[in-house]
Design a protein. Structure first.
Length: 206
């Protein structure tokens, strides 16, 4: 599956606002699946420690919890800018929607978002507005995995961060991820993402 190129992602992100911007930023900077993003609660996000605890997803109209032994259950580091953006996003929500059990991204009533509705009403129209090909949301995950795989992050850590079940045996060889490893991976993704956005601003100024 092909993903957006760094140049395409930079141009795409520059035109996004609000909830769409948050969802795309999380997807591109963490490699999380859309169902995992839509199942994310504020209680799963440690803004001070800059870690997202992925423990469930919203799919086919229901929340599905990941068993602790499942590769999908994992911790993903946040870079400082995404953590700050999430903090600002949280403060912008109504008080009733900032509780630990509240969804990070939700409908105006605080309910879960259907992935298909998000794609049809927000993601695809944004791609069209940016004059980009109609790629699937999973392409953001592909972009994140490419950035990580091309870095010095150990393969085992990459697979653990992305939650690839087929690499469970490999993960056992590498053991648990330390906070330093999570921070390093978050920095790698943020660094690549920042270069994308900086390059886009440079192009706009010409």
């Amino acid at each position: 599956m092909s993903g957006l190129s760094p140049e395409q992602l930079g141009g795409f992100f520059a035109g996004l606002k609000g909830r769409t911007r948050i969802v795309v930023w999380i997807g591109a900077a963490t490699g999380m699946r859309e169902g995992e993003i839509f199942g994310l609660r504020w209680g799963d996000v440690d803004l001070e420690g800059r870690v997202i605890h992925v423990c469930r997803q919203y799919t086919h109209g229901e929340f599905v919890e990941f068993p602790k032994t499942d590769a999908g259950a994992r911790d993903i580091g946040l870079d400082t800018k995404l953590a700050a953006e999430l903090g600002a996003w949280k403060l912008a929500q109504e008080a009733a929607h900032r509780k630990a059990e509240s969804l990070v991204v939700a409908t105006s009533a605080g309910g879960p978002i259907s992935a298909s509705n998000f794609l049809q009403r927000e993601f695809y129209p944004a791609l069209e507005a940016a004059e980009l090909p109609r790629v699937v949301f999973h392409s953001l995950r592909h972009t994140a995995s490419t950035i990580l795989a091309s870095s010095s992050i150990p393969p085992g850590a990459v697979h653990r961060i992305l939650g690839h079940a087929s690499f469970a045996t490999t993960m056992k060889l590498y053991g648990g991820l330390t906070s330093q490893a999570l921070e390093s991976a978050a920095g790698t993704l943020a660094g690549a993402f920042e270069k994308i956005k900086d390059k886009n601003r440079t192009n706009d100024s010409v």
